[in-house]
Design a protein around this ligand. Structure first.
Ligand code: NAD
Ligand code: UDP
Length: 337
């Protein structure tokens, strides 16, 4: 797909609103975004290299004749005729982004560069999925967008944290120098259906462990905190930011300000699943942030956005998803061949 070119516009007979590119569209967040955009009548092109994304996440979207999937790595340039770009391509789970840290940095930096070039050529508005990790292990709490962060430039998380920071730099420089319309969100820990059971992040780990009756693995003493946002709330924030006036570039924090210790999360998962799993302690990973909570004043003032799904409701929906998924795979194993 190196330098691939595609100029086929939407057919004039169809009532298409916009032609939208979603990179990382087969991932957890990307698949929800594609679904919402298609439902709103847009034409959606999903680009994914399927490194962490799954075909089953987008299988049900094949019913839309306005949906197209291109298997492509954003580290290589691509040319497409599009009106808007959402850049979500990048592994988000620490074990996944640390598996090939050089590829992670390339995805963040070279991938963003390629998409910004495309946006400049096509005069397309471009959205970047940045992260609360740009604040690192924060000294300011809760985190406001004006805080510059506390990031280790060469630790195990750096490929992701510094990659995403550099991507923000590139977005702002393309905006200043080439007039590209940019939208940057800093996403705080988000969970929900379509996370991989082997994703490695805390919510999916705890739910899958609880449902299987396996030990629940708390890293460290479990006193570190995170703020967990349900996927539907987050995607609503994406849409609002993309539709906002061009003067609002971001970065804008999106996340649920409810703050929980990891120990409290484990207790809630055990209670909601009725599991008899026991809690075990594993060493705390290097550079694991101690506390994290978004200040969402900017999103509330500028976008009228605030999360509506609390942790126990969101966990209950996510538990139902994993329960069904695990039962399906059990049924497959038991089917006679
Ligand atoms: P995910 O791993 O489920 O999805 C990432 C998708 O990008 C996958 O489909 C993967 O195959 C694809 N991808 C990775 N590298 C690629 C490349 N070089 N070229 C093309 N496709 C590539 O993760 P997610 O949770 O859906 O995260 C999506 C985006 O949101 C990421 O950019 C992530 O950094 C950001 N983000 C997510 C969270 C969260 O809590 N979910 C928090 C902060 C930021
Ligand atoms: N964590 C944990 N057990 C797990 C997975 C993660 O205790 O099985 C902890 C992890 O050390 C971190 C928090 O949960 O303190 C959130 O981890 P996650 O990987 O979900 O996201 P991130 O660290 O990137 O915020």
């Amino acid at each position: 797909m190196h330098g691939a070119k595609d100029d086929s516009g939407p057919s004039p007979s169809r009532k298409i609103q916009k032609r939208i590119l979603v990179t990382g569209g087969a991932g957890f967040l990307g698949s929800h975004l594609c679904e919402l955009l298609l439902g709103a009548g847009h034409e959606v092109i999903c680009i994914d290299n399927f490194s962490t994304g799954l075909r089953r996440n987008i299988a049900q979207l094949k019913r839309f004749d306005t949906f197209r999937v291109i298997t492509h790595d954003i580290v290589e340039p691509i040319d497409l005729d599009v009106d808007e770009i959402y850049n979500l391509a990048c592994p988000a789970s620490p074990p996944h982004y640390q598996t090939d840290p050089i590829q992670t940095t390339k995805t963040c930096v070279i991938g963003s560069l390629n998409l910004l070039d495309l946006a400049a050529r096509r005069r397309a508005r471009i959205f970047q999925a940045s992260t609360s990790e740009v604040y690192g292990d924060p000294h300011v709490h809760p985190q406001v967008e004006s805080y510059w962060g506390n990031v280790n430039p060469f630790g195990p998380r750096s490929c992701y944290d510094e990659g995403k920071r550099c991507a923000e730099t590139l977005f702002f420089d393309f905006h200043k120098i080439r007039g590209v319309e940019i939208k940057i969100v800093r996403i705080f820990n988000t969970y929900g259906p379509r996370m991989r059971p082997d994703d490695g992040r805390v919510v999916s780990n705890f739910i899958v462990q609880a449902l299987k009756g396996e030990d629940i693995t708390i890293y460290g003493d479990g006193s570190q905190t995170r703020s967990f946002c349900f996927v539907d709330d987050l995607i609503d924030g994406f849409i609002r930011l993309m539709a906002s006036p061009s003067s609002l570039t971001g970065p804008v924090n999106l996340g649920n300000p409810g703050e929980f210790t990891i120990g409290e999360l484990a207790e809630q998962v055990i209670q909601l699943t009725g599991s008899r799993s026991k809690i075990v302690r594993h060493p705390l990973p290097v550079d694991d942030p101690r506390q994290r909570r978004p200040d969402i004043s900017l999103a509330t003032e500028q976008l009228g956005w605030r999360p509506t799904v609390n942790l126990s409701e969101g966990l209950a929906q996510t538990i139902r998803y994993f329960d069904e998924l695990l039962s399906q795979s059990k049924r497959k194993v038991m089917e006679p061949v």
